[in-house]
Design a protein around this ligand. Structure first.
Ligand code: NAD
Ligand code: DAU
Length: 355
């Protein structure tokens, strides 16, 4: 079996669902259920004995140690994190606690478990750490995409905390020999994406007739990857990745934010036209920029393709159409995630931005 952390969040839940579609290998899913964790993402597994959910913190080394000894996993995949850059700007502390201190305690618990395994199992064990391209900082126009040897230059409290966690993972390999793998991925999008992030926020706001907030000039570039492609990359690295190595994962889809917003508006105009006959583009509103906003991310994903044979399946055009359709088809999920806490967050993040 495998132990997954953060498996009630966006990418973790997609990973758990995809894994159990392909394998009968069981999963224990440890998740604290912060505002970003949602058991509704896993509702289809309600009566599936291959999935066991445990509410808890990766920083609780006693709980993690107990789960490891009782369940005897062959691998741990760490998705758990505070993941939203804007929240890290408003309040970095949770990011330090979970992404740095939490990862440290998780590593300690895993090291204790792994050290006590018999030799054969020790060799086969894997700790896979899911990280981000944001640790590399920001690219200028025309600069080559981030390769695995790119210098770390994190610019936000979020990316700094993820960078710290990557360094801890690396150190546990070099110092203790823990069999680790690290993936640094670009921006994901797809089903179950919490509507605090750009793509789901734009879809949800458009349908609700609200403004579509674009930070600054909207020319910042992200490299978009459909979440199911990210999940297949993680499975591939888990099975074939070389120990201690880092693999960058990306979709070869560099797009400016304003173009992403235009694409979503065009799809909604086609699939769910506004009743007044106007385009959703009318709702676009340029607002005050994010402090320290990274201008451009782009992933050079040649290493994972060359060494492990992984490539994304979706283009941005196919992936964004599926995504918009998913949000149209899952209005109940959308309504349920828009809790009081979610509305408070929108107030905090957007009320003070000038238009
Ligand atoms: P998310 O915010 O949607 O989900 C995070 C999950 O972790 C939630 O279910 C939350 O409850 C859980 N969690 C938070 N703190 C925890 C703790 N202390 N103990 C246990 N569980 C905890 O995030 P996501 O977008 O699914 O990202 C998953 C991972 O992938 C993160 O490590 C993130 O840094 C990384 N990543 C995300 C993207 C992206 O575009 N979303 C891209 C690259 C890398
Ligand atoms: O690059 C990988 C990272 O991608 C992950 O590590 C993070 O966990 C994930 O949240 C994401 O970070 P970003 O900051 O790039 O994603 P976000 O969806 O918040 O923003 C995408 C771009 O859109 C960014 O340039 C900021 C901009 N934006 C975002 C929001 C929420 C807007 O213009 N308006 C908005 O309202």
């Amino acid at each position: 079996m495998i132990l997954v952390t953060g498996g009630a969040g966006f990418i973790g839940a997609n990973f758990v669902l995809a894994w159990l579609k392909q394998h009968d290998e069981t999963i224990v899913n440890l998740d604290k259920l912060t505002y970003a964790g949602n058991l509704e993402n896993l509702a289809s597994l309600k009566n599936d004995s291959r999935h066991t959910f445990v509410q808890g913190d990766i920083g609780d080394a006693i709980l993690v140690g107990k789960l490891l000894v009782e369940n005897h996993p062959r691998a741990v995949i760490n998705f758990a994190a505070e993941s939203h850059v804007d929240r890290s700007i408003h309040g970095p502390e949770d990011f330090i606690q979970t992404n740095i201190v939490g990862t440290f305690h998780l590593l300690e618990a895993v090291r204790a478990y792994w050290s006590a395994l018999p030799d054969g199992e020790k060799t086969g064990f894997r700790f896979l750490h899911v990280s981000t391209d944001e640790v590399y900082g920001s690219l200028a126009k025309g600069e080559p995409a981030f390769s695995e040897t790119r210098r770390y230059e994190p610019n936000s409290p979020y990316s700094a905390s993820k960078a710290a966690s990557d360094h801890l993972v690396r150190a546990y390999h070099h110092t203790y020999g823990l069999p680790v793998l690290t993936t640094n991925c670009s921006n994901n999008y797809g089903p179950y994406h919490f509507p605090e992030k750009l793509i789901p926020l734009i879809i949800v706001n458009a349908l609700a007739g609200k403004p579509l907030p674009v930070y600054g000039d909207g020319q910042q570039i992200r490299d978009w990857l459909y979440v199911k492609d990210h999940c297949s990359a993680i499975r591939c690295v888990l099975e074939k990745g070389r120990l201690g190595e880092v693999y960058n994962v990306g979709g070869w889809n560099e797009k400016a934010n304003i173009d992403i917003v235009h694409s979503i508006c065009a799809l909604l105009d086609e699939l769910r036209p506004r009743t007044d006959g106007k385009s959703y583009r009318e709702q676009i509103t340029f607002v005050t920029d994010r402090p320290g906003h990274d201008r451009r991310y782009a992933i050079d994903a040649r290493k994972i393709e060359r060494e492990l044979g992984w490539k994304p399946v979706e283009t941005f055009e196919t992936g964004i159409r599926k995504t918009v359709q998913w949000y149209l088809d899952n209005q109940r999920w959308v309504n349920n995630v828009q809790s009081g806490a979610y509305r408070q967050w929108l107030e905090k993040n957007y009320a003070e931005r000038d238009q």
